[in-house]
Design a protein around this ligand. Structure first.
Ligand code: ADP
Ligand code: MG
Length: 716
């Protein structure tokens, strides 16, 4: 028997080789289709694997006519790939045997490792250690394996594979969920879309999502990268790969779970709860042009279409439909989501009008409005003409039930495809009917035209495509003059101290004095000039106005003296025993808009800045935009432009507000965030009051250091 131990520390093979193994050992292979090992083994054979298959089963001589081996140490050569779905307590031994035998990669389907607590995690780490010591890579555990139509390698047991053949297509897919991989694979087959490779990475104990994304970027058979993500292991690598995918001209689409996981830390800060992890990832994806989608069906719909035209710009859409209703609904959906209905060029319109009754050939074009009997002829000609229209970026086919649907689909396809079988223009097909359209669906599949059955998916895909084509890469940020660096020491900073830090970064703040008595309050107010604002100063009171601790428009001496007493009394009543450091008397800002500028350190992506509609209703409004610090001026402006309150800033009903000043304040706050970004911190600047000529921060809070750390409020 060949039992030569492979020396430890071999160089691991690249993913390209792992996904194209020359031989596969199936541990626990059987003919029993109720068993995982039985199904997987059959799928491998059924889908025409070209390499050597080594079924491992000590109890059988052969399985489906292939000689078995009692163990992986008994195979005639070291298998490139070893796949197993064994009970958990058997996995370590088998991986060890395979690693020693010289296997290059192992797929562990078995679950209950790091996905099931510390004990499983420890075992998983041990297994990874054994594999790595021998230069063997691992996929999983807790995964569903690999489906690689491009390599004819099927190492997966899913019923989705119960088909005669696996179409090879331009989509690569890496999934953290095994079941979702198989489900999407199955659905994609229905939609007429094929894959190059699908990998389910499971717990990512060794090989992780990015390892496969990296491979798909390089793989010439993959045009679009689809991912289902639950958590990102290496954020820096994620960003670097997104750049490489862009450079390679390969769209990267992602569905990420956890969108609603509320970032509700029990912290003082608004920022903590309004910039949850998902929102940060969404911002990173926006900045790196990774298209983040809510739904896997939309992802496949977009992927199939964009694979044909990866660099297309999509703004103006022509709708072609078999019914007025279908066209009207599609037009509603498109325009309400920010896409434009294409206005055909005169030559296009003239050409279309030859086939349609007056007024019927406009966008949306309804084949029902044709002048001739033969719908099929008209549809082919219409498709050709519209595809050639210079004012149309993309076509949306909204197909409802119609006579002779198969012929219609064939003719439409003929009009859309050029002599080389290429789609003339970006196009999305929606096949709305039920079974009535099955023949038409099959006709499309045979012609390599992908479709969805759901209008919503097509619209969402177009919206995402438009966003992709509007992508602007982030600018290099440069530190403005008089903007720190002056990294504040750890501690909890009150309003005045926080403002002092901000002022050191050149963020405009208003002037204030602390008064310990009514007389001092009056003196301070005179000095600053009426009207003033008076606020309670207490380390124990985070939201001052909630306790009656803020008085604006204090008009004169009598008012100031009375307000001093009132604010103190209100605070003491609301928070009995609160430590009170006095009352802040400050200049009153007048403005047209209140914004929030917040910052904190994201555990994955480092210092981030949040900009949004501010004031005391900040959570309610939930109008915000996020970006990683530091931020360049043009990027800060784009953040503002993405807010719902942007029209107010840009002069809706009145003069524009001081946008440049706000942009500058954001940039400066982002540099403070950058300087603090190595450690934990939270900054809230709320509100930043904006008028036509300037902006000023009238409230601020800064914490530097661990949330748990108790530190004295900084002095004034
Ligand atoms: P908190 O957020 O702790 O409740 P703020 O200091 O933000 O207290 O005050 C609450 C609101 O009062 C602000 O959103 C703003 O509308 C108003 N306000 C506070 N300070 C000033 C000021 N100096 N000038 C004008 N308005 C102010
Ligand atoms: Mg405030």
């Amino acid at each position: 028997m060949n039992t030569i131990d492979v020396p430890a520390n071999r160089t691991p093979a690249p993913v390209s080789q792992l996904l194209a193994p020359r031989s596969v050992a199936v541990i626990g292979a059987s003919e029993d289709q109720t068993k995982f090992g039985g199904r997987l083994y059959r799928m491998l054979i059924k889908h025409g694997y070209q390499g050597a298959i080594y079924p491992i089963n000590p109890g059988r001589k052969s399985l489906f006519g292939i000689d078995t081996f009692p163990s992986v140490s008994a195979t005639p050569e070291a298998p490139d790939m070893v796949v197993m779905a064994l009970p958990r307590d058997k996995v370590k031994g088998e991986i060890e045997a395979a690693a020693k035998r010289g296997a290059r990669c192992g797929i562990i389907i078995t679950a209950k490792f790091s996905d099931a607590g510390p004990e499983g995690a420890a075992l998983e780490a041990e297994i990874v250690g054994i594999a790595r010591a021998h230069g063997m890579r691992l996929i999983g555990p807790n995964c569903l394996g690999v489906i690689s139509p491009a390599n004819r390698v099927v190492l997966c047991s899913s019923p989705a594979l119960e088909v005669d053949s696996l179409p090879v297509g331009p989509l690569g897919f890496v999934s953290q969920s095994g079941a979702l991989m198989a489900t999407i694979f199955d659905r994609a087959l229905d939609m007429g879309v094929g894959f190059s490779h699908c990998v389910s990475v499971g717990n990512q104990a060794d090989l992780e999502l990015c390892d496969f994304v990296e491979y798909l970027i390089e793989d010439p058979r993959t045009q679009v990268i689809c991912t289902y993500i639950e958590g990102i292991k290496d954020p820096q690598r994620f960003v670097a790969l997104a750049r490489r995918a862009r450079e390679a001209g390969k769209p990267w689409l992602a569905v990420k779970a956890g969108r609603t996981e509320a970032g509700s830390r029990a912290a003082f800060s608004h920022t903590a709860s309004i910039a949850g992890t998902h929102a940060v990832l969404a911002a990173v994806c926006r900045d790196e042009n990774v298209t983040l989608l809510d739904d896997t069906g939309t992802m496949i719909t977009l992927a199939a279409a964009i694979a044909r035209h990866p660099a297309a710009r999509v703004e103006r859409v022509a709708v072609l439909t078999t019914s007025g209703g279908g066209g009207a609904l599609a037009a509603d959906a498109l325009t309400s989501r920010g896409l434009e209905m294409a206005r055909f060029a005169p030559a296009t319109q003239q050409a279309i009008d030859r086939y349609y009754s007056p007024g019927q050939g406009q966008n949306p074009v309804d084949f029902g409005g044709r002048r001739f009997d033969d719908a099929a002829d008209v549809s082919k000609a219409t498709a050709e003409i519209v595809a050639a229209d210079p004012n149309t970026d993309a076509l949306l086919y909204s197909i409802t039930t119609a006579p002779m649907m198969v012929k219609l689909a064939e003719e439409l396809a003929a009009g859309m495809l050029d002599e080389q079988g290429r789609l003339r223009k970006p196009a999305l097909w929606v096949m709305q009917p039920g079974r009535a359209a099955d023949g038409a669906r099959q006709a499309l599949r045979e012609r390599g035209i992908a479709f969805t059955n759901h209008t919503g998916e097509a619209i969402d895909a177009l919206v995402a495509w438009q966003a992709r084509s509007r992508f602007v890469a982030r600018s290099e940020a440069a530190r403005p003059t008089a903007c720190g660096p002056a990294v504040p020491a750890a501690g909890q900073y009150d309003e005045a101290a926080s403002k002092a830090v901000l002022a050191g970064y050149g963020v405009p703040v208003n002037e204030s004095r602390i008064a310990g008595s009514a007389d001092e309050a009056v003196a301070a107010a005179r000095e600053l000039g009426y009207p003033v604002v008076m606020k309670i100063v207490s380390a124990d009171i985070v939201h001052k106005s909630d306790v009656g601790g803020v008085a604006v428009g204090v008009a004169d001496d009598a008012d100031a003296a009375a307000t001093f007493d009132r604010v103190l009394a209100a605070a003491k009543a609301a928070v009995p025993g609160a430590r009170i450091d006095g009352v802040s008397v400050q200049t009153m800002a007048s403005g047209k808009l209140e914004l929030i500028v917040g910052a904190r350190r994201d555990a994955q992506f480092g210092p981030i800045v949040v900009v949004g509609a501010g004031g005391v209703l900040v959570e309610l409004l939930s109008d915000r935009a996020i970006a990683r610090a530091p931020i360049a001026h043009d990027d800060a402006r784009r953040l503002l432009e993405s807010l719902s309150v942007w029209p107010v800033l840009s002069g809706y009903r009145g003069r524009p507000l001081a946008v440049d000043a706000v942009v500058d304040a954001i940039v400066r706050a982002s540099w403070l965030a950058q300087d603090l970004g190595d450690g934990d911190f939270e900054l809230d600047l709320n509100p930043l009051i904006v008028d036509e000529t300037r902006c000023v921060a009238v409230d601020a809070r800064l914490r530097v250091g661990d949330a748990g750390e108790v530190s004295e409020p900084a002095g004034h």
